[in-house]
Design a protein around this ligand. Structure first.
Ligand SMILES: *Cc1c(COP(=O)(O)O)cnc(C)c1O
Length: 471
């Protein structure tokens, strides 16, 4: 596969270079494959559907062709995914796609674990270690730390703002041993990010240490997230005729979004032939994308804090990829968009629990409520000419091409549950009056000793620490 760049289509590069460099420093653009090959129709038509790993292998293969042989790719996938996504029906036409069965209980495990193994694979011929630096305000750091833990040839340094993340999140970041270390910085998330950025531009440091990042713009995090869209769409298609007597349902993926990496992965899966009719982009008050869809104007802005904090993003980095792949009109055809404020998030957690018995996390709750409104008349109202005020929580006014299928009762919703509710126990407790049960892997991590090293918000001290501790 040839990879190009969102800002300059003359750029042509390999998968290895796209993965190892993360983004194109010359243009500031993000790497994308030049095409999204369709999977074999016979594979897509299988009933029962292929296993998750089988889907993963077949989807990844064209993107690594000529660079990673089949046996090695299969080994990477088997090692990355000892867990699978799980599909839970809520009612006849609504499913939750649980993406939290990995080690850190958030969907980021799917992308980070694949990327870690691919980086290690490409790094194996190098004589020295690759050092990953990552600034985090929550889920990314733990997914990346866990994904690279004990991966040969690579070490990870995680920077997080002391006192500004939850107790569970801090335990998940600070208790690694061996090749993953955490620094608690006396400052904000932005200070952490600045320390990392300064290190990347420090020529002297870079002449001594091979540095890399592991953020969500990396194509090796994006492609594997497509696996669970394909897998769940095939599964839901096959069972819809049993669950709800709909043959050939219009499957709508409802995606709680921040940087829009997850949703971009869904678009890739659809391009590759996943039976997906469309998407609903669900955000918190950081509604840059819903506003763009409603008004046609894209205005990045500073982020605001919400209960769904992993989506507190005012300048979504994958907007760049979505724009490179589609026009605004094409986006409006494919997406409904929806947003909720903090009061709405708590209400949604509570309503979901009352109606279905399911305990949903604050991120998934926005998706649940979006689908609830869409299927209970919200989309039909738009078809009948309603104009919604995009300044108020709810659906934006655009009518995606799949809207009629909702009215005709042919649509089913798949709500992506991006994190385990126990990671946000306080908010869930406030909403439903009890805490969700802690999965044993989170219980275990709470018992481990904290190993984070304190760090002043001072670049020279940070640099000295890197030089003394990394080799
Ligand atoms: C990162 C994250 C999101 C947002 O995903 P994007 O790919 O940035 O849109 C949503 N929910 C949870 C729990 C997350 O950790």
């Amino acid at each position: 596969m040839i990879y190009t760049d969102t800002r300059d289509s003359n750029v042509k590069t390999t998968f290895k270079n796209a993965v190892m460099s993360g983004m194109n420093k010359e243009t500031g653009g993000l790497y994308i494959p030049v095409e999204f090959p369709k999977l074999d129709p016979a594979f897509l038509a299988k009933n029962p559907e292929p296993s998750f790993r089988d889907v993963a292998f077949n989807m990844a293969k064209p993107y690594v062709e000529g660079e990673i042989p089949d046996e090695d790719l299969m080994a990477i996938i088997q090692d990355a995914y000892p867990f699978t996504p799980k599909i839970q029906p809520l009612d006849n036409i609504s499913y939750v796609l649980e993406l939290f069965h990995g080690p850190t209980c958030a969907f980021k495990d799917f992308g980070a674990r694949f990327m870690a193994r691919v980086m290690s694979y490409f790094n194996k011929d190098e004589g020295s270690n690759l050092h990953i630096l990552v600034a985090t305000s929550g889920d990314t750091g733990s997914a990346v730390g866990s994904a690279f833990h004990n991966v040969p040839g690579i070490d990870v340094t995680i920077l997080y703002p002391e006192g500004k993340i939850s107790a569970i999140q801090e335990k998940q970041l600070s208790t690694f041993t061996g090749n993953v270390r955490a620094l608690k910085v006396k400052g904000t998330f932005d200070d952490c990010q600045k320390l990392v950025k300064t290190a990347f531009t420090d020529e002297e440091l870079r002449s001594k240490l091979r540095l890399s990042s592991a953020n969500s713009i990396n194509i090796a995090r994006l492609l594997p997230q497509g696996f669970y869209y394909m897998y769940s769409a095939l599964t839901v298609r096959n069972r819809a005729s049993i669950d709800n007597k709909i043959t050939d349902p219009a499957i709508i993926m409802v995606v709680p979004s921040g940087n829009f990496g997850n949703l971009t992965s869904g678009l890739i899966a659809k391009e590759m032939g996943a039976p997906i009719a469309g998407f609903t982009a669900a955000t918190n008050t950081n509604k840059t994308i819903p506003d763009w869809i409603a008004t046609g104007e894209y205005n990045a802005r500073p982020s605001v804090e919400t209960y769904a904090n992993a989506m507190d993003v005012g300048a979504p980095s994958n907007y760049e990829r979505i724009k490179a792949m589609y026009t605004l009109e094409e986006v409006r055809q494919q997406f409904a968009s929806y947003w909720l404020d903090n009061d709405g998030i708590k209400q949604a957690i509570s309503d979901c629990n009352k109606k279905t018995g399911y305990i949903i996390d604050p991120h998934g709750a926005i998706g649940w409520k979006a689908w609830e409104d869409i299927k209970n008349g919200g989309m039909e109202a738009l078809l009948n000419g309603a104009k919604n005020d995009f300044e108020k929580p709810g659906l934006t006014t655009n009518i995606p091409e799949w809207a009629v299928s909702v009215k005709d009762k042919k649509a089913v919703g798949v709500i992506l549950e991006t994190a385990h509710p126990a990671k946000f126990g306080n908010i869930v407790q406030d909403s439903i009056g009890r805490e969700p049960p802690l999965p044993s892997r989170l219980e275990e991590v709470m018992k481990l000793p904290d190993r984070a090293v304190s760090m002043e918000n001072d670049y020279n001290l940070f640099k000295a620490w890197l030089l003394a501790n990394l080799e």
